[in-house]
Design a protein around this ligand. Sequence first.
Ligand code: FAD
Length: 288
Amino acid sequence: MKISEIFEQKKTVFSFEVFPPKKTFSIESISTKLAELSECKPDFISVTYGAGGGGASALTLDLCRSIIEDYKLTPMMHLTCVNSSREDVDKVLAMTAQYGIENILALRGDIVPELPRQTDFTYASDLVSYIKKKGDYHVSGACYPEGHPECDNAIDDILNLKKKVDAGAEHLVSQLFFENDMFYSFQEKARLAGINVPIEAGIMPVVNKAQIERMVTTCGASLPAKFVKMMTRFEHSPEALRDAGIAYAIDQIVDLMSQGVDGVHLYTMNQPYVAKRISEAVASLRSI
Ligand code: FAD
């Protein structure tokens, strides 16, 4: 099913993100986790795409296929272009057609100095328009409530996002954030700029300290005082920190749903226990 159809049917879309296993070249190692995550009945599951493509892209494709065939759910495949030529993208698209993958999150990808940069696509918007021309796909794009780290000017960043939507992105998924007001302010600016596609709020339940340290360095999300106090207070008790992180994410989601957000995209970090507790807590809110 196309994600645009899901948005037409659902009051609030509730989706998951998973990533392929990092240390093997088979998805078997995470099939139990995927089975448990699918029991939460997310509206769709997005699968990340490793930097550089290659073996990593095969795993992303395999996971998407498993989501369709084994769990009868809708996948959204992430696809980056910073290290891919047009020919590389064509090869992946040929596989999506074979596997029945209809939804693609078109991304530029992070610039990694060690990996050779390809020049066929400069921005995600170039990939969006290319994929739209290649077939009948639903194409989504990424957005950044606190601005993309490479763009100093929030207005330019929104205008660049508008170009991505004008190129054909039909839905946006946000970078994670811990302060809902940041998301509301971004959403308002996006609407004023004429961006009228559904915007899903990216929520990451933080359940251990190493995870948050990694997140802050890689995506630059700011941490509200309330969040920092929680981390500091419970950092030495893994169980308490996990429960506090889950409660914090639920609190964010309840507020977002109360404000009528288009959708919530849960960065599950491949942790079914966490995703299950959050899904159960907000289950009755999804249809109202
Ligand atoms: P773009 O939309 O191209 O934006 C990149 C920068 O260029 C921004 O600063 C933007 O303002 C600027 N820009 C865009 N268009 C123009 C223009 N026409 N003129 C001038 N400037 C412009 N990375 C992975 O490697 N794999 C993944 O699976 C993955 N999944 C992600 C999922 C989500 C929901 C998000 C939010 C990010 C994900 N990323 C992933 C990270 C992403 O690849 C990086 O954030 C990357 O740096 C930017 O990708 P983008 O698609 O947003 O790029």
